[in-house]
Design a protein around this ligand. Structure first.
Ligand SMILES: Nc1ncnc2c1ncn2[C@@H]1O[C@H](COP(=O)(O)OP(=O)(O)O)[C@@H](O)[C@H]1O
Ligand SMILES: [Mg+2]
Length: 371
């Protein structure tokens, strides 16, 4: 969807702000650009949007070189939310949100309908706020309107530069949570800038960690924490990265998405052979719709003919969005070392084993031991 190929930006004064950065963000993915102040995050966003010209390299959107796309057209297809620039002070909230739809020539009715819808989406009452001016809003409300404006014309791509930067910590967490919910509904390709490791791990499908204009590691949150590529990454994510991982990494990153399964009416000898073949001690049991029923455990195989006779139904489940610490605490309280991961209607999406968590954590311990 978005591909940077050896992108370099040298400012006229000679500052090398971005240095041969290559990375690819897939459709519907949320990529976080992370790194210390001055490492080149904002510059990277600006060259993608062509607010500033690139010095070397190429940027592709859906395979098209962006220098071949009309600049205005490009920007209308990219929603841009930035912390510093903010809203137009002389326009109402409603007018601010309608800026790009107006440029795109949407009819008035459609525009104002869209503005109402977006305000509600970011958790603001449209009747109350539509005709207010930015100066009449709190910092948190202004940032919400900023996000709504970026979403204005339903662009396929969103660039968000520290969108929750100026907000107090409590409101910030709420906005992050709301944005994650919105993101599941809107399914955009998003590049999200932050200098905050917690925010990065929470928001990102993938994280691009930058330092001094270079891309240091481009990876999933769990790999960044548990398999840091070098000392810079290790220091940046912090010495407590095992703990951060437990608090912040979501179950979906470590779960097995296609585990071996059993059906309730299968014979125990059949599933026993399957467990041996797969090298596991238990199998998740599902019905014909793929809904989770319980576990069949190797220790109980002598106690019945069919899986139904020996199934263990009284076990906890978690969702793929739960964090590892929640999963771990469910395992500990149920005394069962494997957790079924289910969706809203109890369909099995995967399984998470205690061993998978332990393995991730032991990599952290090993690295520390070898230092
Ligand atoms: N217009 C500019 N002219 C010269 N140098 C700049 C300009 N804008 C940013 N820089 C420099 O480029 C580097 C990267 O800046 P920036 O992309 O804003 O970093 P970040 O967003 O990660 O804090 C910094 O050293 C910054 O001082
Ligand atoms: Mg910046």
């Amino acid at each position: 969807m978005i591909r940077l190929d050896q992108v370099t930006k040298i400012y006229p004064d000679g500052t090398e702000a971005v240095n041969e950065v290559s990375l690819e963000v897939g459709e519907g993915e949320l990529c976080v650009l992370l790194g210390p102040s001055g490492c080149g995050k904002t510059t990277t966003m600006k060259v993608i949007n062509r607010i500033i010209p690139i010095t070397k390299g190429k940027i592709y959107i859906d395979g098209t070189d962006t220098t071949k796309i009309d600049e205005d057209e490009l920007r209308r297809n990219i929603g841009y939310a930035i912390q510093e620039i903010g809203l137009f002070p002389h326009m109402t909230v409603g007018q601010n949100i309608q800026v790009v739809p107006a440029l795109k020539g949407w009819p008035k009715d459609k525009r104002s309908e869209r503005a109402e819808e977006l305000l509600e989406l970011v958790g603001m009452n449209s009747a109350e706020f539509m005709n207010k001016y930015p100066s009449e809003l709190s910092g948190g409300q202004r940032q919400r309107v900023g996000v709504a404006r970026a979403l204005g014309a339903d662009p396929p791509i969103l660039l968000m530069d520290e969108p929750f930067g100026a907000i107090d910590p409590i409101t910030r967490v709420r906005l992050q949570d709301e944005f994650l919910k919105i993101e599941q509904e809107i399914k955009k390709t998003i590049i999200f800038v932050t200098h905050d490791i917690y925010e990065a791990i929470k928001m990102g499908d993938k994280i691009a960690l930058m330092n001094e204009g270079r891309l240091v590691q481009y990876d999933t949150p769990s790999n960044l924490l548990f398999k840091p590529k070098n000392e810079f990454v290790e220091q940046f994510v912090g010495a407590d990265r095992a703990l951060k991982g437990l608090q912040l990494i979501r179950v979906k990153e470590l779960m097995t998405g296609t585990p071996p399964l059993a059906k309730a009416d299968e014979r125990v000898v059949t599933v026993q052979a399957r467990m041996e073949r797969e090298g596991v001690d238990c199998l998740a049991v599902v019905d014909n719709e793929g809904k989770f029923l319980g576990w069949v455990d190797r220790v109980n195989v002598g106690k019945g003919e069919t899986v139904r006779d020996i199934i263990n139904r009284s076990v906890a489940t978690a969702t793929a969005n739960a964090v590892l610490s929640e999963a771990l605490s469910l395992m500990l309280s149920s005394g069962f070392k494997t957790l079924a991961i289910v969706d809203g209607i109890n369909k099995l999406e995967g399984v998470l084993s205690f061993d998978a968590i332990q393995l991730a954590l032991s990599e952290v311990a090993q690295r520390r031991g070898s230092e």
